[in-house]
Design a binder for this molecule. Structure first.
Ligand code: GDP
Ligand code: ZN
Length: 358
């Protein structure tokens, strides 16, 4: 135990850390690595009653202040939760910086349309989007280069790796330093293999809390953040793996770097141009993903129409009873819950109570 940090002796100031796991009414907070002597330590915390009263919860990724630390038992109390700069709902992660979309160059073959859909979905989170192409050991240099050139035209600079041979894995680790990253991608591309390569001990989950709380389904259900040796954090549960186009049609264009680029060089005749059949549209043209844009636009229009035909939000609440408490939870289509970053900046405390063990 650090001598000058014994609460009984020196009444130390509260410390700041990141919530890396949440279980029942507890959360595991990792003290910031640069704090002298205790940096990186894991403290099992409850939440101060005042926070519970005003409905402020903490989820994985939250930056929190902790106090009343018992250094023997590594226990403490969360006394404050900082405002979030981003919020993902699936998996529930606060303050994520980046979505790392993992695709394989082969086995399974890289499907451009599926990749495009994942990219649009990733862009819709408002987070930085990076594209990682795995299994480079399975393709020729020429094939790899062709994909890189093609994706460059889409506006992405892929990070090419092979978990199998280790190519590019260290560089990726450095790239993800000091950030919270959520992986996404369909199964079989190598996400688990990559996680294991980046975090050698990722099979070690945070120790469960003792007693009856340690039993049952909630001990492993929640997403957990793992620290890479270089310091970055990655979520152990991948994000969306069945991407759907669930956004307002007017927002879709913003999710294509090619369209963003075109719109920096000029404007369409109409402010609300859907870039489909309007005259004097500067987006419509002979670029590779334009047909994808049109297809996703049709999906977005259908999604919006479906949403508009749903009963009003206030009529669409279901009462949910868990842990004996009654609470209301929006019964919206889960698609609708993918919330854009800018609407989330003030979202602190608006989530359902994630400390509940449901
Ligand atoms: P996930 O479903 O995305 O988590 O994919 P997995 O990590 O389970 O990997 C799927 C399969 O691809 C496994 O058989 C891995 O051994 C294999 N795999 C992962 N990375 C590579 C790679 O870089 N090269 C090759 N050849 N196979 C890989
Ligand atoms: Zn247009």
């Amino acid at each position: 135990m650090p001598q000058n940090l014994d609460p009984a002796e020196s009444n130390p100031p509260p410390l700041v850390g990141t919530v890396i796991a949440v279980q029942a009414n507890f959360c595991n907070v990792q003290i910031d690595p640069d704090v002298p002597e205790v940096g990186g330590k894991l403290i099992l915390c409850t939440r101060r009653a005042r926070l519970q009263k005003i409905g402020i919860s903490a989820i994985v990724g939250d930056r929190v202040t902790i106090d009343e630390i018992d250094w023997q038992g590594l226990k403490g109390v969360v006394i404050d939760v900082f405002p979030r700069h981003s919020l993902l709902d699936r998996p529930p992660v606060a303050n994520a910086d980046r979505i790392l979309l993992v695709f394989a160059l082969a086995e399974p073959a890289l499907d451009p349309f599926l990749l495009s859909k994942f990219l649009v979905k990733a862009e819709s989170t408002g987070l930085q989007v990076s594209l990682c192409l795995n299994k480079s050991d399975l393709v020729s240099d020429k094939e790899r280069q062709e994909w890189c050139d093609r994706l460059g035209e889409w506006g992405y600079l892929p990070i090419v790796i092979s978990v199998e041979t280790g190519l590019g894995v260290k560089e990726l680790q450095v790239e993800l330093d000091r950030q919270i990253t959520v992986f996404a991608g369909h199964s079989g591309v190598g996400k688990s293999s990559l996680t294991n390569a980046l975090i050698p001990d990722s099979n070690i989950r945070v120790a469960t809390v003792s007693g009856k709380l340690s039993r049952g389904r909630h001990t492993t259900r929640h997403v957990q953040l793992f620290t890479m040796p270089t310091g970055g954090l990655i979520a152990d549960t991948p994000g969306f793996n069945q991407p759907d186009i669930a956004c307002a049609p007017t927002e879709l264009a913003g999710y294509f770097p090619e369209i963003r680029q075109r719109l920096t060089t000029g404007n369409c005749q109409f402010n609300n141009c859907t870039h489909r059949d309007e005259p004097n549209c500067i987006v419509r043209g002979e670029w590779e993903r334009y047909p994808h844009y049109l297809e996703f636009l049709a999906d977005a229009i259908a999604w919006e129409q479906q949403l508009q035909s749903q009963p009003k939000l206030e009529n669409n609440l279901k009462q949910k009873s868990s842990t004996g408490k009654k609470k209301f939870e929006p019964k919206l289509d889960s698609k609708y819950r993918q919330i854009a970053r800018h609407t989330l900046l003030q979202s602190q405390g608006k989530l359902s109570d994630e400390f509940d063990d449901d």
